[in-house]
Design a protein. Structure first.
Length: 230
């Protein structure tokens, strides 16, 4: 699924974002990435999306190398990934349903399938009653769920969610985490960056990546209160 070997990322201005990361993530695993602002969480997601390339080391996502010269294959790889952006990136002036359908246009699916997938995603997230609402009229929590629905409607093998609990109260943050983690039941790998460590500290059957200044520590918990360090 994901395999990183001694991966580092240095930006053109000299900033070292990630240093010598080693990581393996299996299909269907739930992964939390935590750490302070500027620790490299978003940089790691950009690597996994193929938006950045490792400065050194090797990285494979869904079997595809993330490297310069692989741009065509990386574009095809992105069709298998469902991103949930921190700023949502919903298209204003469009309805909820239109936003979700537009997120699938580049997949090459027939219109009927696109509409069916969008409707199914909306129902799964309890948003069917908002299908014809314009996205600018949604609450923050509703907009967050639309962003998730847009990602899962593509039926991805990998979901990448960047700070999905940001700006949410405790109850809504838990709801969003529950929604995202439920998708691993379909053997979808789910990777979530979050500052809300108090919401995930008791989670079991998950991989915890803690980042600090570009360095990474990895812990895999098989069961609640039973830890197994990698």
């Amino acid at each position: 699924m994901i395999e990183a070997r001694e991966v580092s990322l240095r930006y053109p201005d000299g900033t070292l974002a990630l240093r010598d990361i080693n990581l393996e993530v299996e299909p269907g695993e739930l992964v939390y990435i935590t750490g302070p602002s500027g620790s490299g969480k978003t940089s790691l997601l950009k690597l996994l999306m193929g938006m950045e390339y490792p400065t050194s080391g090797s990285l494979r996502v869904l079997g595809q190398p993330i490297a310069k010269g692989e741009e065509g294959r990386i574009r095809r790889l992105r069709k298998r990934i469902g991103p949930v952006f921190q700023e949502f990136k919903l298209i204003q002036g469009r309805t909820v349903l239109e936003n979700i359908m537009m997120g699938m246009r580049f997949l090459g699916l027939p219109n009927r399938q696109i509409k069916e997938n969008a409707g199914s995603a909306l129902a799964g997230l309890g948003l069917e009653h908002k299908a014809l609402s314009r996205v600018e009229n949604l609450s923050w929590g509703e907009a967050q769920r639309v962003a998730i629905a847009r990602a899962v409607a593509r039926k991805p093998e990998l979901i990448l969610a960047d700070e999905p609990t940001g700006n949410l109260d405790h109850e809504n943050a838990l709801t969003i985490l529950d929604l995202l983690t439920s998708f691993r039941d379909t053997n979808t790998t789910v990777i979530i960056t979050t500052h809300a460590t108090h919401l995930i500290e008791l989670q079991g059957n998950a991989v915890f990546i803690r980042m600090n200044g570009g360095d990474v520590s990895v812990e895999r918990r098989r069961k609640i209160n039973e830890k197994c360090l990698i």
